[in-house]
Write a protein that binds this ligand. Sequence first.
Ligand code: FMN
Length: 369
Amino acid sequence: MRHLITIAFILLTINNLSAQNRTLVAYYSYTGNVRSIVDELKGLTNADIVEIQPAKEGERYEADNYAIGSALISAIRENPDKAESYPEIKPLSVDFGLYDNIIVATPLWWSNMAAPMQTFLFANGAEMAGKNIALIVSSASSGISSVVADAKRLISNGKFVGEPLWINNKNRSNMPTLLANWTKTLDFKSNMTEKLYITIGSVTLTATLAENTATQALVAALRESPITYSATDYGSFEKVGPLGRSLPTANEQTTTEPGDIVLYNGSQIVIFYGSNSWDYTRLGKIDNATQQELKAALGEGDCTITLSLSAGNNSENQNNNETPTGIRQSDRAATPDGPMYDLQGRRISAPVRGQIYIQGGEKKFKFSN
Ligand SMILES: Cc1cc2nc3c(=O)[nH]c(=O)nc-3n(C[C@H](O)[C@H](O)[C@H](O)COP(=O)(O)O)c2cc1C
């Protein structure tokens, strides 16, 4: 059966948030209370918004004295580490690499986080590591401490920001004011004010920058112009090359992982597709790419790499002028041959050899023409 997902998608600028400091609101609502909160939030924050929807339509969670809702929550409580404990939701494709901040807005069910939202966070919590996380919980009257605990369990490496906002039947009529005041208290200062775009041939990857004087200097240089350099394949674990300038160092003994980007000897930039231990200054990490994808993107042998602060500067695959976004309608079952997007979320007509692209909610790699 064909599932279509409705995604409200809005791109504007929040009062105190820059375009690089982007916010995603992920919400679930069964009876509409959380939806009203998110509708109100649209006018205040103008974030990108994604709605989580159960795969099974028309379920009545409150029927038979809340029997279905109760059973779903019990299953999660009994086996929180097993994927089978979580009810299926409609597929969604979100590029978390685009977001610094995530607001999770959820109902409370039997003191816990509503089951469909738990499914979404169980599947995606790891991708929210290091991001600023803020929580809005709507209940009739029950306190929200277990929902907060659920969020921290499911987004175990998130940076939880501020106090969760609790809307309940007593304060619901005052929700707009409470919400407006709450958004003002959110401290969404980010360690990821800029994304680094890395282009090798026709493939462009994004990376999240570390926060240090080396990356500040690199960003300042890239604001002037993109940097293109020749990288040598070294040790079957890295591509290393001269940046053409020195950056401030804060070297420390580091064991790198695939995707790590470091500064070596003050002026050499190293991108890892394997691992090595040495004294490096950390520059950042490539977003959401497996080791296999990294190897494919970087290719074998030496290569030419361009670094920049925007996708438009260096991609050879500029097929249109769509605004990049990580959220796309996904219809895994029905559209295996459906529209294709690059890793920045722009629609492409066809992938070129070596390109990683997204189709039908799946990340794919184009091996040959
Ligand atoms: C299955 C289920 C279980 C619920 N359990 C509780 C509860 O234990 N305590 C409570 O105060 N509210 C409970 N509620 C009420 C919801 O938390 C509340 O109505 C919330 O505002 C619903 O948000 P929504 O309209 O966006 O779905 C429950 C609702 C459902 C559907």
